[in-house]
Each structure stands twice: as structure tokens, then as C-alpha cells.
Design a protein around this ligand. Structure first.
Ligand SMILES: Nc1nc2c(ncn2[C@@H]2O[C@H](COP(=O)(O)OP(=O)(O)OP(=O)(O)O)[C@@H](O)[C@H]2O)c(=O)[nH]1
Length: 892
């Protein structure tokens, strides 16, 4: 239904009340305009005359006796309205008396106003009209009508606000400064939580179920906050609203979680719920804030902090210290310069409002608190207006009454999680306030409506942030000086970024790798392959020639002796004996067919991998698990890839040796020399091991006893009966086992000495006739060593060409590609793994960030100085509009 201001006046009850209402309303309007408070009585009278003509002269007369005016109003035909006006009138009378010389404690902001020190916001938003605006068109009543209508989304004409949420939000974007300052606030947050290094935010406090979430959701236009009876808000939620005028999409982001854009608000709600419920019940609440940014064309630029609701008493299943913990947490946030949004429900006596009590403790003069009274629909309108006009705790930023509940029946029309509910709430609110025009109608002095609240929040935040600019700049200057000093003294002004650190580390590593590649070539491959084959030769000799077994205590002595005899008699053996032919041919064949390709390739690849590992440990990468993993993986992948083909091809190359091997005298000489060294070193190891076992047996003497017992058993001098698992001959099973080990080593050493003597003898000095190489049967060691050398020469040549050179080419390139492909976040994470680098980066970043923020702030302050004037003019223009068509409410 259309309800213009005239229509309201035509209602019978209102008609009777109209004259009585005009006068106190005018008086109140004048008093509500802070800018006007500084003018003298003459000015006031002139203004009243200007505003209301003849009638206003009468009003001015009455204004001198405000109590009378109020009483007159109270006796008006419309009782409810009169009651309110009487109350308001009384409130004013007291204030005026104060000004008139009676000493009354008055908040500083009020004193300032009386002394004519109007704050910047007073000029722009101080109600409709003022002494500076003598030529303002339209009557005060119309202005007031516009203000009240605007409060519940009606035009001055009484038409419903048909602006879309985004248009409304854009209209609300009068203060670009706020946006900039919120950006700076976020930047400062990234520098670190310092009390001085922050710009103010709006902190939402209230008892449980007072309607905090509903208010925030009405501002955002979406249900997104955790709901439930189980104390679901356990952590502060730092909510940054970002107006995106040209975008359609509305979405949220949790910057610290990296979940990306979340367009489904029910998903945001779920994430918030999960994050909150992750706080253990025994901790009750946590002061670790959750940061959430909401981008939408329908939200104003705001920075808000939602806190856990105050509780009166702990429930039986809640920890006893919960109440205090919540209070402490809220106290931490409601400190200056933050603005307090104290939420109280209309159906609870304001005197009992925990939010207002808390705010009064930290803001006794009511200078930075906005009182929000929710659930206005639950109280009688007269009572509602009385609550909003509360004078027990006067607030400079005033009280706003709201109805934020989304009607159940319309709510279901909106699909949960995506649809915007702003207009739903606004319409519901408008229909409620419209239904009580006599209280919330054009002439009302109280401020109501969510859209009004949004606007107020923007203005207040901007003003508070502007006021903090100077002190925050000062703090930043100081922090910057400290950061610059630290940068100079500790880091010698060496700049560093995560990217440059990675690039430097990679360069250094590649450099070290190049140096390594020059030291690890064919010769080194030859050494490691030959060493491996030496071991293989020793094993073959042990298996086929030196195999005197001592495993069993009961071994038939004849067998042992025949083996011993054979090897002892080898130098005198017949080179044509098929036994020795068979032994040597089998040994040679085992050596050439043991898979040289795979063996040589894998031990070379393994050596390369180990070298890379060593290089990593010597590099700056060593303290970065991620880099260690990446580099190791890269090298192992390349080596694996190259090894497949190399091993097969090398196997083909050594194929000829599998059929026939001829050894030249020079090769024989080298083989003889080398195997002598190998045997000598093996003998040394053997003697060393024997000593160690003797020690374990309890010294030489004890060892001798054990060994002689085993010898006697072997020779049959002692016959063992039954199970010897528990020991025999007075020796434990463990001692006997050790004794067998010592015996094996003793026998092996004896054979090694024997063979060394044989190899060094003249008999083994020459390979024999070139067509038969017959010496080889009597001296298999030099021959097998010569074969191993031939295999090694082929392998090192091939591995150098196929494995080493390809690896040296591919590996650095692969690293370059891998590290270049990393995204900025990973590079950052990587660099910060090293505590030293992290500290250096922090200092550099802090310094750069502070410099940037400072520059931005200087720009802002300049803009703010210019804007200040413009806004003043803009404010006046707005007021003129109010007198005409658009709404313009008394924000402060
Ligand atoms: N009638 C009416 N009910 C409201 C209004 N605002 C909120 N409510 C209801 O009041 C109850 C509590 O509202 P919330 O917004 O969840 O209150 P809260 O302070 O966030 O609650 P906690 O998160 O538990 O601390 C809900 O059932 C809302 O629907 C209102 O303006 N009018």
C-alpha cells in the first residue's frame, strides 16, 4: 500500500496529533543536528523561523521552554506518539539545562559539539538541514519524513525503495576511502598482529541469540554464519566485505586456507562451522581469528569482526571458565580504536544488555559504540521507540532498531546458499515499520532499518579509519625505521625474495654439479666397475678353488683334506687335467655372463645418485626437504631412464668375451699385479676379522681352546653325540659358532697366503704360449683378473658415452625446468623452510610492505584532505536532495 507523508497525516488519529507533533519534532530535529548545536539562541530562532515560518515562531517560543513543548506534545491526541515526544523532550530539556550552565558530566564529543568543534562527519551527515544551510528547500517535516522513510526503505514520498541490492550498495559507495583503508588494513594484517599497526574495524558483540548473526547476514545478504545451539562461534571471524560494483558473482574466500572462490554460501557456512567446531570443547574459545572475505556488488566495503556471544551462565556441559573466556576475548577486540557494534534484543531490557555493559566499560562516554536493537518486531512499537531513545547510555553514534528475521514462508522460496536475502529482509522490515507509521513514521526521531544501519556502519568506519590514519602512519614510520635498521645491520642491505633465493640456490647447485662432472669420468667409472668385478673374482675363486668347507663340525676329514690338498697341489697339477679346465672355464663363463651390462650400469648410476645426494647435502638445498626430494627424484628418474638402454647395449658390447678370451703378456702382468694387491688386501681384512673374532671369543688363549676342540672334532678325535644345540666340550653353542667363524677365517687366510705365494712365483709370471695360455689353469687368479679388466674397459668406455654424458646434459636442464614450473606459493613455501632465510625474507618483506603501505597511506591522507572538503559539499548536496526526493538520514 502506498503511504505518502500526506496520507499519514490524513489518518484520523494522526490528524489530531499533527500540530502537537510538529513543534517538538522541529525542536528535536534541530537538536539532533550536531552542527546546529554550536549555534547560539539567535541562530536557532532564525533557523526555526526559516524552517517553519509562522508556526515555527511559535515553536521557537516553545523551544525556549522545551519541557513545556514536550508536555504539550504529551497532551496531544495521539497518546503513544505524545509519550515518546514527552520523553524525548525531557531528554533534551536536561541536555539544554546542562548547556545553560548547570554542571553535568558530559561526554567529550558532546562538549566538542557545544563548543563548536564539529567533527568532519557532522558536516556531511548531520541530519537534514542546519544553520549552514539557510537556503535548503523543503520543510523540516519533509526532511524528517525522508529520513524515517529511508530508515525502512521508503522514499520521501513513501514509495518502496525499488533499487536492487546492487544499486543500493553502489549508492552506498560514497566513501571510496573506506575501501582503500580496508585494503591497507588487510595489508597491515599480513605484516603481523601489532596493536599499533592496525586500522580499526567494527566489532560485533552481543549475548547469545541477541541476533548478531542475523544482523551480519542482513548486511551481507546471505546466510553464511554458523548456526546451532552448541556454541558454534568459538573463534573471532574477521569479515572483510569488498564491494565489486561491476561484477555479478558473489563469493567468499578464506585467504588463509587457499580454498579459492566459494560461490555457495552454504559451503562458506559449513567451512566456518567446521573451523569453529575444531576448537576443542575444553579450550572453550580460541582467539585465533578466521579471516573471511566476501566479494559482492551488493555489499558495502566494510571490515567487521564477529565474536562468540556472551553467556550469562555456563550450561551443565560447558566448562566453568567459559563465561570469563568469552568476556576476555571480547574485551581484547572492543579496545580502541575499534568501533563497537553492541547488539541487544528489543525483548530484553537494555539495562540488562551484556553488550552495552561491556561496551560501557571500555567506552564510558559512548563515543565509539553503535547500539543495534534487534527483534524490534517482538515489542510494542511504543516500547520499541523508547528503547531506541535510551538516554541511560547515550551513544554518540546512536541506536538503530532493526528487524532482521527472514520470514519463514518467504525464506523457503530462496534456494539456500545462493540467493540474496537483502530485499527479503528489507521488505519484511519495511512492512513492519510501515505498519506503525505513528511511531516510525515521517516524524519519528529514532533511527530504524537495516539499510540505515549499513550506511551508518560505512560512515562510522570511514570516519574512524580516517581518524586513525595519522597515528597508524606514525606507527608505520617507526616500524619502518626499525626494519630498515635490521636490514642494514643484519643483512648488509642484501635484498632477497623467495624467487631470487631459489634461483641463486639452483645456480650454485648447477655450478657444483658441473664441477663434479669434471671429476667423475671414465677413469672413475672404471675404478668402481673394476672394484666390483674384483669382488666377483674373489667370490668365484672362493667358490671354485678355495672352497674348503668348515660349516659342519662333523665334516668328513678326508673331504676337507682333499680340497686342501688340491689347492696346495695346484702349482704342480697337470695343465691338461680336465678338472682344472672345467673349473676355469666355469669361472670365466660365470664372470662374463653375470650380467655385466646391468651390473656396471647400476653401480655407476648408484654412484652418480650418491654423488648428487652428497652435492645436495653440501648445498643450500640441504635444509629444504622439498628441494632435496625434487632433486633426488629428478636425478633418479633420469638415471633410471638412461639405465634401461645402456645396460642392454653394454651387454651386447661385452658379448664377444663370453665365447673366447685371450690374454696378452702385458694384460697378464697387469692382472697378476692387480690380483696380488687384491689378495693381499683380502688377507689383511681376513686377519683383521680373525682378531676381532678372537676378541669376541675372550682373547687368543680362549680362542685357541675353542678352535682346537673344533679341530679335534673335525679330525674325529672327539665324537659328538646327541643334540649339540646347547653346546659341546664345555663350550656354549654361541662360542662354538664363533669358533667356526674363526676357523673359517684362519683357513681362508691360509689359502690366501698360499695363493699369494703361488701367484708371485715364477710359474705364474707369464700367461704361457699365446695359443693356449696354459698357465691360466695353474694360476687362475691373474687370468680372471685380466678378463675382469677387459670387461671393465668396455664398460667404462660405453658408460662414459651413454650414461655419464647424457646424465650430465639432461640433469641440470631437468632441474631448471622443474624449479621454473613451481608456482609462487610453492617457491615461497620452499624458501621459508629454512629458518635463516625465513627471517631474512621477513625483514625484507616487512620493510617493502611498510614502505608500500606508508606510501599508500600518505596518498590516502592527501585524498582524505581533499575528500574532506568534497564530502562536506557532497553532504550538503545530499541534504538538499533529502529536502527534494531522495532519502538522507541523520546518520549520527
Ligand atoms: N522476531 C525476530 N527474530 C529475530 C530477529 N533477529 C533474529 N531473530 C531470531 O533470533 C534468533 C537468534 O538470532 P541469531 O542471529 O542467530 O543470534 P546470534 O546472536 O547470532 O546467536 P548466537 O550465534 O547463538 O550467539 C534466531 O532464531 C533468529 O531468527 C528479529 O529481528 N526478529
Amino acid at each position: 500500500m502506498y503511504l505518502g507523508p500526506n496520507a499519514i497525516h490524513n489518518l484520523p488519529a494522526v490528524r489530531h496529533a499533527s500540530f502537537a507533533r510538529i513543534i517538538p519534532n522541529l525542536a528535536m530535529k534541530l537538536l539532533r543536528v550536531p552542527a546546529m548545536m554550536g549555534m547560539g539562541m539567535l541562530g536557532l530562532v532564525a533557523y526555526i523561523q526559516y524552517q517553519a515560518g509562522q508556526g515555527a515562531a511559535y515553536a521557537a517560543n516553545l523551544f525556549g521552554k522545551a519541557t513545556e513543548a514536550a508536555t504539550g506534545a504529551a497532551s496531544g491526541a495521539y497518546e503513544g506518539a505524545g509519550g515518546i515526544f514527552a520523553q524525548i523532550g525531557n531528554g533534551w530539556a536536561k541536555t539544554k539545562d546542562d548547556v545553560g550552565g548547570i554542571k553535568v558530566e558530559m561526554p567529550q564529543w558532546m562538549k566538542d559539539i557545544y563548543e563548536g568543534k564539529t567533527s568532519q562527519e557532522d558536516g556531511g551527515s548531520g541530519g537534514s538541514g542546519g544553520p549552514n544551510e539557510p537556503k535548503q528547500s523543503g520543510s523540516g517535516a519533509v526532511g524528517a519524513g525522508a529520513a524515517t522513510a529511508g530508515a525502512f526503505a521508503l522514499d520521501a514520498d513513501g514509495e518502496e525503495d525499488e533499487r536492487s541490492p546492487s544499486e543500493a550498495a553502489q549508492d552506498d559507495q560514497m566513501m571510496l576511502l573506506t575501501r582503500k583503508m580496508i585494503e591497507i588494513r588487510s595489508l597491515l594484517q599480513t605484516i603481523g598482529q601489532s596493536d599499533t599497526l592496525t586500522l580499526p574495524s567494527i566489532v560485533v558483540v552481543g549475548s547469545q541469540s541477541s541476533g548478531k548473526s542475523s544482523v551480519l547476514e542482513a548486511i551481507v545478504g546471505h546466510e553464511f554464519l554458523p548456526k546451532g545451539s552448541n556454541m558454534v562461534t568459538r573463534r573471532p571471524i574477521e569479515l572483510t566485505l569488498v564491494n565489486t560494483p561491476r561484477a555479478h558473482a558473489e563469493y567468499g574466500e578464506f585467504p588463509a586456507l587457499g580454498l579459492g572462490k566459494i560461490t555457495d554460501f552454504s559451503q562458506i557456512q559449513k567451512t566456518l562451522t567446521d573451523l569453529n567446531l575444531a576448537v576443542p570443547v575444553e579450550d572453550c574459545v580460541s582467539d585465533d581469528p578466521i579471516q573471511l572475505k566476501i566479494y559482492s556488488p551488493n555489499v558495502p566495503d566494510l571490515s567487521l569482526i564477529d565474536l562468540p556471544g556472551y553467556i550469562q551462565v555456563e550450561a551443565f556441559d560447558q566448562p566453568t571458565e567459559l563465561k570469563t573466556k568469552i568476556q576476555d576475548l571480547c574485551d581484547k577486540y572492543i579496545q580502541p580504536p575499534n568501533v563497537i557494534l553492541a547488539i541487544s534484543a528489543a525483548d530484553v531490557d537494555l539495562a540488562n544488555s551484556t553488550a552495552l555493559r561491556a561496551s560501557r566499560r571500555v567506552d564510558p562516554r559512548g563515543e565509539r559504540t553503535i547500539g543495534v536493537v534487534t527483534k524490534m518486531d517482538l515489542v510494542d512499537p511504543v516500547r520499541g521507540a523508547q528503547i531506541l531513545a535510551d538516554r541511560n547510555y547515550p551513544l554518540r553514534l546512536g541506536y538503530v532498531g532493526v528487524v532482521c528475521k527472514v520470514p519463514r514462508e518467504t525464506k523457503s522460496l530462496f534456494s539456500k546458499g545462493s540467493a540474496n536475502i537483502t530485499s527479503l529482509i528489507t521488505k519484511n522490515e519495511a512492512s513492519y515499520f510501515n505498519a506503525h507509521p505513528e511511531i516510525y513514521g515521517p516524524d519519528s526521531t529514532v533511527t530504524v532499518g537495516t539499510s540505515n544501519l549499513r550506511k551508518k556502519l560505512m560512515h562510522v568506519l570511514e570516519a574512524t579509519m580516517s581518524a586513525s590514519l595519522a597515528t597508524t602512519s606514525e606507527a608505520i614510520h617507526q616500524e619502518l625505521a626499525e626494519a630498515t635498521y635490521e636490514f642494514k645491520v643484519q643483512y648488509n642491505e642484501r635484498s632477497l625474495s623467495a624467487e631470487s633465493y631459489l634461483a641463486e640456490s639452483l645456480d650454485a647447485f648447477k655450478h657444483a654439479f658441473r664441477a663434479f662432472s669434471e671429476t667423475f669420468g671414465r677413469k672413475e667409472v672404471r675404478d668402481i666397475v673394476k672394484q666390483e668385478l674384483d669382488q666377483q673374482v674373489l667370490n668365484l675363486l672362493a667358490q671354485r678353488y678355495w672352497n674348503r668347507p668348515v660349516e659342519s663340525l662333523r665334516l668328513a676329514d678326508e673331504v676337507a683334506d682333499s680340497v686342501q690338498e688340491q689347492i696346495e697341489n695346484l702349482p704342480k697339477a697337470d695343465p691338461e687335467d680336465p678338472l682344472w679346465h672345467l673349473k676355469l672355464d666355469a669361472s670365466t663363463s660365470t664372470l662374463t655372463k653375470l650380467g655385466i651390462g646391468r651390473l656396471a650400469t647400476s653401480i655407476t648410476a648408484q654412484a652418480l645418485q650418491e654423488s648428487v645426494q652428497a652435492l645436495i647435502q653440501q648445498s643450500t638445498f640441504s635444509s629444504h626437504p622439498f628441494a632435496v626430494q625434487t632433486i633426488s627424484q629428478a636425478s633418479s628418474n633420469i638415471l633410471k631412464e638412461l639405465s634401461y638402454d645402456t645396460a642392454d647395449e653394454l651387454e651386447i658390447c661385452v658379448k664377444p668375451y663370453k665365447y673366447r678370451v685371450e690374454v696378452s703378456p702385458e694384460e697378464w702382468r697387469q692382472g697378476r699385479e692387480n690380483i696380488s694387491q687384491v689378495l693381499a688386501s683380502e688377507l689383511k681384512d681376513c686377519e683383521c676379522a680373525t682378531r676381532a673374532v678372537e676378541e669376541q671369543l675372550g682373547g687368543k688363549r680362549k680362542a685357541k681352546d675353542v678352535l682346537s676342540f673344533i679341530d679335534r672334532v673335525r679330525k674325529g678325535e672327539v665324537v659328538l653325540e646327541g643334540n649339540t644345540a646347547a653346546g659341546a666340550g664345555g663350550f656354549s653353542a654361541a662360542l662354538l659358532a664363533k669358533g667356526r667363524e674363526a676357523l673359517f677365517l684362519r683357513d681362508r687366510a691360509a689359502i690366501l697366503r698360499l695363493r699369494l705365494t703361488a701367484i708371485k712365483s715364477r710359474q705364474c709370471s707369464h700367461p704361457g704360449p699365446s695359443n693356449s695360455n696354459s698357465t691360466r689353469y695353474l694360476c687362475p687368479e691373474p687370468f680372471l683378473d685380466a678378463v675382469a679388466s677387459k670387461l671393465t674397459s668396455t664398460a667404462d668406455l660405453f658408460l662414459d658415452a651413454e650414461l655419464l654424458s647424457k646424465f650430465y646434459y639432461q640433469f641440470p636442464r631437468k632441474l631448471e625446468a622443474e624449479f621454473r614450473a613451481l608456482d609462487a606459493q610453492t617457491v615461497e613455501r620452499y624458501a621459508r623452510e629454512d629458518p635463516k632465510v625465513r627471517r631474512h625474507l621477513d625483514v625484507v618483506r616487512r620493510k617493502e610492505m611498510l614502505e608500500f603501505v606508508l606510501k599508500e597511506m600518505e596518498g590516502l591522507r592527501e585524498l582524505e584532505r581533499r575528500e574532506g572538503g568534497r564530502r562536506l559539499r557532497g553532504g550538503k548536496a545530499m541534504e538538499r536532495e533529502v529536502g527534494g526526493k531522495r532519502k538522507g538520514w541523520g546518520i549520527f
